[in-house]
Design a protein around this ligand. Structure first.
Ligand SMILES: Cc1cc2nc3c(=O)[nH]c(=O)nc-3n(C[C@H](O)[C@H](O)[C@H](O)COP(=O)(O)O)c2cc1C
Length: 323
């Protein structure tokens, strides 16, 4: 997820059981220009295994070159973004626009699959809009072209993040292709994970917003899938320690200036479900340094900080204009 799934965040998610992690989307064109800022977004460690890099773009040759660069940088998989709805990306023919013609989607995946020996995977939406819910056709085309797996977010591009993810279309894709299918959309609790598996027959689940501010969701879901009871949520001080571990990790990778600014939004998510979270968020969006954030977190995540139930089944996840 753009602005979120950096190295430090992914490591936290892995610790809680995430089986496969993915970088935020990066531009194939920028990679080929050796753009330093773009490569910084792909910072990773050998401890992350398996790790996928997600790229976006539209030109098959450029995407193939980017896939080769990603393979050379040590990633175990390369994922094509065919889900991003934002005009900056979709307006240039990339992201969700690639779904509009399955032949375009297949041309990109085919060129990449011929260029690398690591698996090429695709992340897509249900389709462009209600009149164009063509995920099964796109999935077939990209699987024929060499995609090793597909992830389907059960919303169309025009829905952005409104309404609910449609599990039926994920089930249709599952029935349409021989490769593994990952279900995505709105999984923010063990119950919703179980439902995703049951109603779609998917082979795995991709979790986005449900892990923001609560990387322990993977532990909880794995417990439920094993038939064990779900552990209680971490206490306030544990949440503080996770948040600060993330902040230190991010500052180590991106430097204090950028790291602290990236933490502003990420920190806000950790206060979800705690009383007076709004007060914490007001401070978090202003932090300039790691020290600022430490002071704020130590003052807020105290042992006596009451916890209200987190957003669970039925409660919508925060909407966003991002990818
Ligand atoms: C802030 C934000 C950034 C995102 N960035 C990406 C991205 O870079 N690539 C991608 O495939 N999806 C991206 N997404 C979409 C998510 O991966 C996911 O498909 C969507 O949020 C629905 O799943 P969820 O309900 O589990 O969050 C992003 C979503 C959010 C909220």
């Amino acid at each position: 997820m753009a602005g979120a799934t950096n190295l430090a965040y992914r490591m936290l998610c892995r610790r809680f059981g995430a089986g496969l992690t993915v970088t935020e989307m990066v531009s194939a064109k920028a990679l080929s220009f050796h753009d330093g800022k773009t490569w910084a977004l792909l910072e990773h460690t050998p401890a992350e295994n398996p790790l996928s890099a997600q790229i976006f773009g539209t030109d098959p040759a450029e995407m193939a070159e980017a896939a080769r660069a990603v393979e050379g940088a040590g990633f175990h998989l390369v994922d094509v973004n065919m889900g991003c709805p934002v005009p900056k990306i979709a307006g240039s023919g990339a992201g969700c626009s690639l779904m509009r013609d399955p032949r375009d989607a297949a041309a990109v995946v085919g060129a990449m699959a011929r260029a690398v020996s690591i698996p090429v995977t695709v992340k897509m939406r249900a389709g462009w809009d209600d009149g164009e819910r063509n995920a099964p056709a796109v999935a077939r085309a990209v699987a024929d072209a060499g995609a090793a797996a597909v992830t389907v977010h059960g919303r169309t591009r025009s829905q952005l993040y409104s309404g609910r993810a449609d599990l039926t279309i994920i089930a249709e894709v599952r029935g349409a292709v021989p490769v593994p299918v990952f279900g995505n959309g709105d999984v923010d609790s063990p119950a919703k994970a179980v439902r995703m598996f049951r109603e779609t027959g998917c082979d795995g689940i991709v979790i986005g917003r449900g892990a923001l501010g609560s990387p322990w969701i993977f532990r909880d879901i794995l417990a439920a899938l094993r038939g064990e009871s779900v552990p209680p949520p971490p206490a306030a001080e544990e949440v503080r320690d996770l948040l600060l571990e993330l902040a230190r990790g991010l500052v180590a990778v991106r430097g204090e200036f950028t790291g602290a600014r990236l933490m502003r939004k990420l920190a806000c998510d950790f206060a979800r479900g705690f009383r007076d979270g709004a007060r914490f968020r007001e401070g978090a969006i202003r932090v300039e340094s790691l020290e600022d954030l430490e002071r704020l977190a130590r003052g807020f995540f105290t042992p006596d900080r009451p916890r209200t139930p987190r957003a669970g089944d039925g409660a919508p996840l925060p909407e966003t204009a991002a990818a």
